[in-house]
Design a protein around this ligand. Structure first.
Ligand code: NZQ
Ligand code: ZN
Length: 388
Protein backbone atom coordinates (compact mmCIF):
# COMPACT_ATOMS: atom_id res chain seq x y z
CA UNK A 1 0.00 0.00 0.00
CA UNK A 2 1.27 3.49 -0.83
CA UNK A 3 1.21 6.52 1.47
CA UNK A 4 -1.92 8.60 1.04
CA UNK A 5 -3.81 11.68 2.00
CA UNK A 6 -7.58 11.57 1.84
CA UNK A 7 -10.22 14.22 2.31
CA UNK A 8 -13.85 14.21 1.29
CA UNK A 9 -15.76 17.26 2.47
CA UNK A 10 -19.20 16.40 1.02
CA UNK A 11 -22.09 15.92 3.44
CA UNK A 12 -24.50 13.20 2.32
CA UNK A 13 -28.20 13.23 3.11
CA UNK A 14 -29.63 9.88 2.06
CA UNK A 15 -33.29 8.79 2.06
CA UNK A 16 -36.77 9.71 0.86
CA UNK A 17 -37.33 12.31 3.60
CA UNK A 18 -34.13 14.26 3.00
CA UNK A 19 -35.34 16.61 0.29
CA UNK A 20 -37.24 18.43 3.04
CA UNK A 21 -33.90 19.63 4.39
CA UNK A 22 -32.87 21.31 1.14
CA UNK A 23 -33.86 24.87 2.08
CA UNK A 24 -32.18 24.63 5.44
CA UNK A 25 -28.95 23.30 3.90
CA UNK A 26 -28.82 26.07 1.29
CA UNK A 27 -29.55 28.90 3.71
CA UNK A 28 -26.12 28.40 5.30
CA UNK A 29 -24.54 29.68 2.06
CA UNK A 30 -26.73 32.50 0.77
CA UNK A 31 -30.06 33.35 -0.83
CA UNK A 32 -29.12 34.07 -4.43
CA UNK A 33 -29.26 30.66 -6.01
CA UNK A 34 -28.54 29.36 -9.51
CA UNK A 35 -30.71 26.28 -10.10
CA UNK A 36 -29.06 24.05 -12.72
CA UNK A 37 -30.97 21.22 -14.41
CA UNK A 38 -31.19 19.19 -17.59
CA UNK A 39 -33.61 18.65 -20.42
CA UNK A 40 -36.81 18.49 -18.44
CA UNK A 41 -37.01 15.21 -16.51
CA UNK A 42 -37.20 17.18 -13.25
CA UNK A 43 -40.31 18.92 -14.53
CA UNK A 44 -42.11 15.79 -15.71
CA UNK A 45 -41.47 14.03 -12.39
CA UNK A 46 -42.69 16.95 -10.30
CA UNK A 47 -39.30 17.37 -8.63
CA UNK A 48 -38.91 20.90 -9.98
CA UNK A 49 -42.00 22.07 -8.04
CA UNK A 50 -40.76 20.44 -4.85
CA UNK A 51 -37.39 22.14 -5.22
CA UNK A 52 -38.96 25.54 -5.87
CA UNK A 53 -41.13 25.16 -2.83
CA UNK A 54 -38.05 24.58 -0.68
CA UNK A 55 -36.37 27.60 -2.20
CA UNK A 56 -39.46 29.76 -1.64
CA UNK A 57 -39.53 28.76 2.01
CA UNK A 58 -36.13 30.37 2.52
CA UNK A 59 -37.10 33.32 0.29
CA UNK A 60 -34.31 32.56 -2.13
CA UNK A 61 -33.80 34.62 -5.27
CA UNK A 62 -33.70 31.92 -7.93
CA UNK A 63 -32.03 32.07 -11.34
CA UNK A 64 -32.06 29.10 -13.69
CA UNK A 65 -29.65 27.37 -16.02
CA UNK A 66 -31.92 24.87 -17.77
CA UNK A 67 -31.24 22.43 -20.60
CA UNK A 68 -27.85 21.06 -19.58
CA UNK A 69 -27.09 18.39 -22.18
CA UNK A 70 -25.98 14.82 -21.51
CA UNK A 71 -22.22 15.23 -22.12
CA UNK A 72 -22.53 18.84 -20.94
CA UNK A 73 -21.23 21.51 -23.24
CA UNK A 74 -18.74 24.25 -22.54
CA UNK A 75 -21.10 26.79 -24.12
CA UNK A 76 -23.75 25.92 -21.51
CA UNK A 77 -21.23 26.24 -18.70
CA UNK A 78 -20.30 29.69 -19.95
CA UNK A 79 -23.96 30.72 -19.96
CA UNK A 80 -24.13 29.67 -16.32
CA UNK A 81 -21.02 31.66 -15.45
CA UNK A 82 -22.53 34.77 -17.07
CA UNK A 83 -25.79 34.30 -15.14
CA UNK A 84 -23.93 34.01 -11.84
CA UNK A 85 -21.87 37.12 -12.47
CA UNK A 86 -24.84 39.12 -13.69
CA UNK A 87 -26.97 38.33 -10.62
CA UNK A 88 -24.32 37.99 -7.94
CA UNK A 89 -25.24 34.34 -7.33
CA UNK A 90 -24.03 32.99 -3.99
CA UNK A 91 -24.90 29.31 -4.25
CA UNK A 92 -25.33 26.79 -7.07
CA UNK A 93 -27.89 24.01 -6.81
CA UNK A 94 -27.56 21.17 -9.33
CA UNK A 95 -30.56 18.88 -9.73
CA UNK A 96 -30.08 15.96 -12.08
CA UNK A 97 -27.59 13.32 -13.21
CA UNK A 98 -23.83 13.52 -13.64
CA UNK A 99 -24.04 15.90 -16.59
CA UNK A 100 -25.98 18.49 -14.64
CA UNK A 101 -23.72 18.12 -11.62
CA UNK A 102 -20.57 18.38 -13.72
CA UNK A 103 -21.80 21.48 -15.54
CA UNK A 104 -22.68 23.08 -12.21
CA UNK A 105 -19.18 22.36 -10.87
CA UNK A 106 -17.59 23.99 -13.90
CA UNK A 107 -19.83 27.03 -13.43
CA UNK A 108 -18.89 27.17 -9.74
CA UNK A 109 -15.19 27.08 -10.57
CA UNK A 110 -15.49 29.43 -13.54
CA UNK A 111 -17.25 32.33 -11.80
CA UNK A 112 -14.30 33.55 -9.70
CA UNK A 113 -11.74 32.81 -12.43
CA UNK A 114 -10.59 35.60 -14.75
CA UNK A 115 -9.59 33.36 -17.65
CA UNK A 116 -11.48 30.81 -19.79
CA UNK A 117 -13.04 28.00 -17.71
CA UNK A 118 -11.81 25.53 -20.37
CA UNK A 119 -8.29 26.20 -19.01
CA UNK A 120 -9.15 23.89 -16.08
CA UNK A 121 -9.99 21.03 -18.45
CA UNK A 122 -6.83 21.32 -20.51
CA UNK A 123 -4.58 21.69 -17.47
CA UNK A 124 -3.65 25.25 -18.30
CA UNK A 125 -4.80 26.49 -14.90
CA UNK A 126 -5.69 25.04 -11.50
CA UNK A 127 -8.83 25.86 -9.59
CA UNK A 128 -8.06 28.09 -6.60
CA UNK A 129 -11.59 28.68 -5.39
CA UNK A 130 -15.21 28.07 -6.42
CA UNK A 131 -18.72 29.11 -5.50
CA UNK A 132 -20.38 26.73 -3.03
CA UNK A 133 -22.45 24.04 -4.70
CA UNK A 134 -25.05 21.50 -3.54
CA UNK A 135 -26.74 18.70 -5.44
CA UNK A 136 -29.94 16.69 -5.60
CA UNK A 137 -29.07 13.54 -7.50
CA UNK A 138 -31.63 11.95 -9.84
CA UNK A 139 -29.54 9.25 -11.53
CA UNK A 140 -27.13 6.78 -9.93
CA UNK A 141 -23.98 6.55 -12.03
CA UNK A 142 -21.06 8.93 -11.93
CA UNK A 143 -20.33 9.58 -8.25
CA UNK A 144 -20.21 13.29 -9.13
CA UNK A 145 -22.41 13.86 -6.06
CA UNK A 146 -19.47 13.14 -3.75
CA UNK A 147 -16.37 13.92 -5.77
CA UNK A 148 -14.56 16.96 -7.14
CA UNK A 149 -14.59 15.87 -10.79
CA UNK A 150 -16.28 17.42 -13.78
CA UNK A 151 -16.24 16.30 -17.40
CA UNK A 152 -17.02 18.93 -20.03
CA UNK A 153 -17.40 18.72 -23.80
CA UNK A 154 -15.97 21.39 -26.07
CA UNK A 155 -18.18 20.51 -29.02
CA UNK A 156 -16.59 23.02 -31.41
CA UNK A 157 -13.24 21.25 -31.02
CA UNK A 158 -14.66 17.76 -30.43
CA UNK A 159 -12.86 17.46 -27.13
CA UNK A 160 -14.18 16.05 -23.88
CA UNK A 161 -11.92 16.77 -20.92
CA UNK A 162 -12.12 16.67 -17.16
CA UNK A 163 -10.84 18.43 -14.10
CA UNK A 164 -10.71 17.41 -10.47
CA UNK A 165 -10.42 19.78 -7.55
CA UNK A 166 -11.06 19.80 -3.82
CA UNK A 167 -12.88 23.12 -4.40
CA UNK A 168 -15.43 21.43 -6.68
CA UNK A 169 -16.76 18.92 -4.15
CA UNK A 170 -20.41 19.58 -3.38
CA UNK A 171 -21.01 21.04 0.08
CA UNK A 172 -23.89 18.59 0.38
CA UNK A 173 -25.70 16.07 -1.77
CA UNK A 174 -29.23 14.84 -1.28
CA UNK A 175 -29.61 11.23 -2.37
CA UNK A 176 -33.22 10.11 -2.47
CA UNK A 177 -33.50 6.73 -4.21
CA UNK A 178 -37.18 7.33 -5.03
CA UNK A 179 -36.05 10.15 -7.36
CA UNK A 180 -34.42 7.48 -9.53
CA UNK A 181 -37.63 5.42 -10.04
CA UNK A 182 -38.29 7.38 -13.24
CA UNK A 183 -34.84 6.73 -14.74
CA UNK A 184 -35.49 4.79 -17.99
CA UNK A 185 -34.04 1.29 -18.41
CA UNK A 186 -31.26 2.37 -20.78
CA UNK A 187 -30.02 5.06 -18.38
CA UNK A 188 -30.25 2.61 -15.48
CA UNK A 189 -28.04 0.26 -17.49
CA UNK A 190 -25.64 3.11 -18.23
CA UNK A 191 -25.41 3.88 -14.55
CA UNK A 192 -24.65 0.26 -13.69
CA UNK A 193 -21.91 0.04 -16.31
CA UNK A 194 -20.40 3.38 -15.28
CA UNK A 195 -20.18 2.59 -11.58
CA UNK A 196 -18.72 -0.86 -12.27
CA UNK A 197 -16.18 0.78 -14.57
CA UNK A 198 -15.19 3.22 -11.83
CA UNK A 199 -14.40 0.28 -9.61
CA UNK A 200 -12.43 -1.44 -12.39
CA UNK A 201 -10.29 1.67 -12.87
CA UNK A 202 -9.23 1.44 -9.24
CA UNK A 203 -9.21 -2.32 -8.66
CA UNK A 204 -6.98 -3.21 -11.60
CA UNK A 205 -3.96 -1.51 -10.08
CA UNK A 206 -0.23 -2.19 -10.04
CA UNK A 207 -0.19 -1.53 -6.27
CA UNK A 208 0.12 -4.63 -4.06
CA UNK A 209 -0.80 -5.46 -0.43
CA UNK A 210 -4.17 -3.74 -0.46
CA UNK A 211 -6.57 -6.49 0.69
CA UNK A 212 -9.14 -4.19 2.28
CA UNK A 213 -9.36 -1.95 -0.78
CA UNK A 214 -9.65 -4.97 -3.09
CA UNK A 215 -12.47 -6.43 -1.01
CA UNK A 216 -14.27 -3.08 -0.90
CA UNK A 217 -14.10 -2.99 -4.69
CA UNK A 218 -15.30 -6.58 -5.01
CA UNK A 219 -18.22 -5.92 -2.63
CA UNK A 220 -19.35 -2.92 -4.64
CA UNK A 221 -19.15 -4.90 -7.87
CA UNK A 222 -21.16 -7.79 -6.44
CA UNK A 223 -23.76 -5.46 -4.95
CA UNK A 224 -24.18 -3.62 -8.25
CA UNK A 225 -24.38 -6.86 -10.24
CA UNK A 226 -27.17 -8.23 -8.01
CA UNK A 227 -29.12 -5.05 -7.44
CA UNK A 228 -28.74 -3.70 -10.96
CA UNK A 229 -30.77 -6.55 -12.39
CA UNK A 230 -33.36 -6.22 -9.63
CA UNK A 231 -33.79 -2.50 -10.34
CA UNK A 232 -34.18 -3.23 -14.03
CA UNK A 233 -36.87 -5.84 -13.32
CA UNK A 234 -38.72 -3.56 -10.93
CA UNK A 235 -37.81 0.11 -11.37
CA UNK A 236 -39.82 1.16 -8.30
CA UNK A 237 -38.09 -1.24 -5.93
CA UNK A 238 -36.73 0.95 -3.15
CA UNK A 239 -34.12 -1.49 -1.86
CA UNK A 240 -32.37 -2.10 -5.17
CA UNK A 241 -32.53 1.56 -6.24
CA UNK A 242 -31.08 2.56 -2.84
CA UNK A 243 -28.35 -0.06 -3.05
CA UNK A 244 -27.16 0.95 -6.50
CA UNK A 245 -27.34 4.61 -5.52
CA UNK A 246 -25.02 4.01 -2.60
CA UNK A 247 -22.73 1.90 -4.78
CA UNK A 248 -22.47 4.68 -7.36
CA UNK A 249 -21.47 7.14 -4.66
CA UNK A 250 -18.93 4.80 -3.08
CA UNK A 251 -17.47 3.80 -6.43
CA UNK A 252 -16.06 7.25 -7.15
CA UNK A 253 -15.87 9.53 -4.16
CA UNK A 254 -12.35 10.82 -4.18
CA UNK A 255 -10.75 7.39 -4.10
CA UNK A 256 -11.90 6.06 -0.74
CA UNK A 257 -12.08 2.47 -2.00
CA UNK A 258 -8.62 2.67 -3.54
CA UNK A 259 -6.85 4.63 -0.87
CA UNK A 260 -3.09 4.10 -1.15
CA UNK A 261 -3.46 2.51 -4.60
CA UNK A 262 -2.42 3.73 -8.00
CA UNK A 263 -5.48 4.07 -10.26
CA UNK A 264 -5.69 3.36 -13.98
CA UNK A 265 -8.38 5.47 -15.75
CA UNK A 266 -7.09 4.65 -19.25
CA UNK A 267 -10.45 3.28 -20.40
CA UNK A 268 -12.24 6.41 -19.21
CA UNK A 269 -9.79 8.59 -21.09
CA UNK A 270 -10.28 6.56 -24.27
CA UNK A 271 -14.04 6.68 -23.85
CA UNK A 272 -14.11 10.44 -23.40
CA UNK A 273 -12.51 10.81 -26.82
CA UNK A 274 -15.13 8.52 -28.38
CA UNK A 275 -17.94 10.56 -26.80
CA UNK A 276 -16.23 13.80 -27.85
CA UNK A 277 -16.63 12.89 -31.51
CA UNK A 278 -19.77 10.75 -31.56
CA UNK A 279 -21.70 12.20 -28.58
CA UNK A 280 -22.61 8.73 -27.30
CA UNK A 281 -23.55 8.13 -23.66
CA UNK A 282 -20.40 7.74 -21.58
CA UNK A 283 -21.34 4.27 -20.32
CA UNK A 284 -22.19 2.96 -23.78
CA UNK A 285 -18.59 3.60 -24.70
CA UNK A 286 -17.35 2.01 -21.48
CA UNK A 287 -19.44 -1.09 -22.02
CA UNK A 288 -17.78 -1.62 -25.39
CA UNK A 289 -14.26 -0.67 -24.37
CA UNK A 290 -13.78 -2.15 -20.90
CA UNK A 291 -13.80 -5.87 -21.72
CA UNK A 292 -11.43 -5.14 -24.60
CA UNK A 293 -9.10 -3.16 -22.35
CA UNK A 294 -9.18 -6.13 -19.97
CA UNK A 295 -8.22 -8.54 -22.75
CA UNK A 296 -5.43 -6.23 -23.82
CA UNK A 297 -3.83 -5.81 -20.38
CA UNK A 298 -4.71 -8.82 -18.23
CA UNK A 299 -1.37 -10.55 -18.60
CA UNK A 300 0.42 -7.65 -16.88
CA UNK A 301 -0.90 -8.91 -13.54
CA UNK A 302 -2.84 -12.03 -14.12
CA UNK A 303 -3.23 -12.69 -10.38
CA UNK A 304 -5.57 -9.70 -10.05
CA UNK A 305 -7.70 -10.94 -12.96
CA UNK A 306 -7.82 -14.44 -11.49
CA UNK A 307 -8.95 -13.01 -8.16
CA UNK A 308 -11.57 -10.92 -9.96
CA UNK A 309 -12.93 -13.93 -11.82
CA UNK A 310 -13.11 -16.14 -8.75
CA UNK A 311 -14.37 -13.64 -6.19
CA UNK A 312 -16.69 -11.48 -8.27
CA UNK A 313 -17.98 -13.97 -10.83
CA UNK A 314 -17.51 -17.20 -8.83
CA UNK A 315 -15.57 -18.80 -11.68
CA UNK A 316 -14.59 -22.29 -10.53
CA UNK A 317 -10.77 -22.35 -10.73
CA UNK A 318 -10.48 -26.14 -10.53
CA UNK A 319 -8.81 -27.71 -13.53
CA UNK A 320 -8.22 -24.36 -15.23
CA UNK A 321 -5.03 -22.45 -15.94
CA UNK A 322 -4.68 -18.87 -14.69
CA UNK A 323 -5.11 -17.72 -18.25
CA UNK A 324 -8.41 -19.59 -18.60
CA UNK A 325 -9.72 -18.28 -15.28
CA UNK A 326 -8.80 -14.69 -16.12
CA UNK A 327 -10.43 -14.91 -19.54
CA UNK A 328 -13.55 -16.49 -18.03
CA UNK A 329 -13.85 -13.48 -15.69
CA UNK A 330 -13.52 -11.08 -18.62
CA UNK A 331 -16.14 -13.04 -20.57
CA UNK A 332 -18.47 -12.97 -17.55
CA UNK A 333 -18.14 -9.17 -17.53
CA UNK A 334 -19.04 -8.97 -21.21
CA UNK A 335 -21.95 -11.41 -20.75
CA UNK A 336 -23.36 -9.38 -17.86
CA UNK A 337 -23.20 -6.14 -19.83
CA UNK A 338 -24.92 -7.87 -22.75
CA UNK A 339 -27.55 -9.45 -20.50
CA UNK A 340 -28.59 -6.07 -19.11
CA UNK A 341 -28.71 -4.57 -22.60
CA UNK A 342 -25.45 -2.62 -22.88
CA UNK A 343 -23.65 -2.50 -26.25
CA UNK A 344 -20.63 -4.66 -27.04
CA UNK A 345 -19.26 -3.17 -30.26
CA UNK A 346 -18.63 0.36 -31.52
CA UNK A 347 -20.58 -0.79 -34.56
CA UNK A 348 -23.67 -1.13 -32.31
CA UNK A 349 -23.31 2.63 -31.79
CA UNK A 350 -22.88 3.33 -35.52
CA UNK A 351 -19.20 4.09 -35.09
CA UNK A 352 -16.81 2.92 -37.79
CA UNK A 353 -13.02 2.98 -37.96
CA UNK A 354 -12.61 6.39 -39.60
CA UNK A 355 -11.61 8.38 -36.54
CA UNK A 356 -9.51 5.80 -34.70
CA UNK A 357 -6.25 7.67 -35.26
CA UNK A 358 -7.67 10.94 -34.06
CA UNK A 359 -9.19 9.38 -30.93
CA UNK A 360 -6.00 7.49 -30.10
CA UNK A 361 -3.86 10.60 -30.54
CA UNK A 362 -6.09 12.79 -28.40
CA UNK A 363 -6.29 10.17 -25.63
CA UNK A 364 -2.55 10.45 -25.06
CA UNK A 365 -2.41 14.25 -25.43
CA UNK A 366 -0.88 14.56 -21.92
CA UNK A 367 1.27 11.41 -22.24
CA UNK A 368 0.66 7.64 -21.87
CA UNK A 369 -2.57 6.72 -20.04
CA UNK A 370 -3.15 4.15 -17.33
CA UNK A 371 -0.98 2.55 -14.68
CA UNK A 372 -1.93 -1.14 -14.75
CA UNK A 373 -0.28 -1.13 -18.17
CA UNK A 374 0.65 2.34 -19.37
CA UNK A 375 -0.78 2.73 -22.88
CA UNK A 376 0.72 4.72 -25.70
CA UNK A 377 -1.04 5.86 -28.86
CA UNK A 378 -0.57 2.55 -30.64
CA UNK A 379 -1.94 0.57 -27.64
CA UNK A 380 -5.00 2.80 -27.52
CA UNK A 381 -5.52 2.36 -31.25
CA UNK A 382 -5.39 -1.41 -30.89
CA UNK A 383 -8.00 -1.38 -28.12
CA UNK A 384 -10.23 0.81 -30.26
CA UNK A 385 -9.73 -1.54 -33.20
CA UNK A 386 -10.64 -4.56 -31.06
CA UNK A 387 -13.84 -2.69 -30.16
CA UNK A 388 -15.11 -2.02 -33.70
O1 NZQ B 1 -31.64 16.01 -18.91
P1 NZQ B 1 -32.75 15.33 -18.22
O2 NZQ B 1 -34.09 15.66 -18.75
O3 NZQ B 1 -32.67 15.46 -16.72
O4 NZQ B 1 -32.61 13.75 -18.56
C1 NZQ B 1 -31.49 13.00 -18.19
C2 NZQ B 1 -30.58 12.66 -19.36
O5 NZQ B 1 -31.29 12.64 -20.56
C3 NZQ B 1 -31.96 11.63 -17.76
N1 NZQ B 1 -32.34 11.59 -16.33
C4 NZQ B 1 -31.60 11.91 -15.27
N2 NZQ B 1 -32.29 11.67 -14.13
C5 NZQ B 1 -33.50 11.19 -14.51
C6 NZQ B 1 -33.54 11.14 -15.91
N3 NZQ B 1 -34.62 10.73 -16.60
C7 NZQ B 1 -35.69 10.35 -15.88
N4 NZQ B 1 -35.72 10.35 -14.52
C8 NZQ B 1 -34.65 10.76 -13.81
N5 NZQ B 1 -34.69 10.73 -12.46
O6 NZQ B 1 -30.86 10.78 -17.98
C9 NZQ B 1 -30.13 11.24 -19.10
C10 NZQ B 1 -28.64 11.11 -18.84
O7 NZQ B 1 -28.25 11.97 -17.81
P2 NZQ B 1 -26.71 12.27 -17.55
O8 NZQ B 1 -26.63 13.23 -16.42
O9 NZQ B 1 -26.02 12.61 -18.82
O10 NZQ B 1 -26.16 10.83 -17.09
P3 NZQ B 1 -24.99 10.42 -16.14
O11 NZQ B 1 -25.34 10.63 -14.72
O12 NZQ B 1 -24.61 9.07 -16.57
O13 NZQ B 1 -23.80 11.46 -16.47
C11 NZQ B 1 -22.98 11.28 -17.58
C12 NZQ B 1 -21.93 12.38 -17.64
O14 NZQ B 1 -21.05 12.34 -16.50
C13 NZQ B 1 -19.69 12.23 -16.95
C14 NZQ B 1 -19.83 11.52 -18.26
O15 NZQ B 1 -18.67 11.63 -19.05
C15 NZQ B 1 -21.03 12.20 -18.86
O16 NZQ B 1 -20.68 13.44 -19.41
N6 NZQ B 1 -18.90 11.59 -15.90
C16 NZQ B 1 -18.68 12.29 -14.77
C17 NZQ B 1 -17.88 11.80 -13.76
C18 NZQ B 1 -17.65 12.56 -12.53
N7 NZQ B 1 -18.09 13.79 -12.43
O17 NZQ B 1 -16.99 12.07 -11.61
C19 NZQ B 1 -17.21 10.52 -13.87
C20 NZQ B 1 -17.76 9.66 -14.93
O18 NZQ B 1 -16.78 8.71 -15.26
C21 NZQ B 1 -18.22 10.36 -16.17
O19 NZQ B 1 -17.14 10.60 -17.05
ZN1 ZN C 1 -17.39 6.96 -15.72
Amino acid sequence: MNSFQFQNPTKLLFGPDKLNQLGQEISAYGKKVLLVYGGGSIKSTGLYDRILQQLQEIQAEVHELAGVEPNPRLTTVKKGIDLCRQHGVEFILAVGGGSVLDAAKAVAAGVPYDGDVWDFCIRKAQIQTALPLGTVLTLSATGSEMNGNSVITNWEENLKKSFGSIHAYPKFSILDPTLTYSVPANQTVNGIVDMMSHVFEQYFSPTTDTPLQERLCESILQTVIENGELALQNPNDYASRANIMLCGTYALNGGMISIGMQNDWATHMIEHEVSAIYDIAHAEGLSVLFPNWMKYVYQERIDRFVQYAVRVWQIDPNGKTDNEIALAGIQATRDYFTRIGAPSRLGDLNIDGKELDRMAKETVRFGPVGSFKPLNESDVRQILEMSL
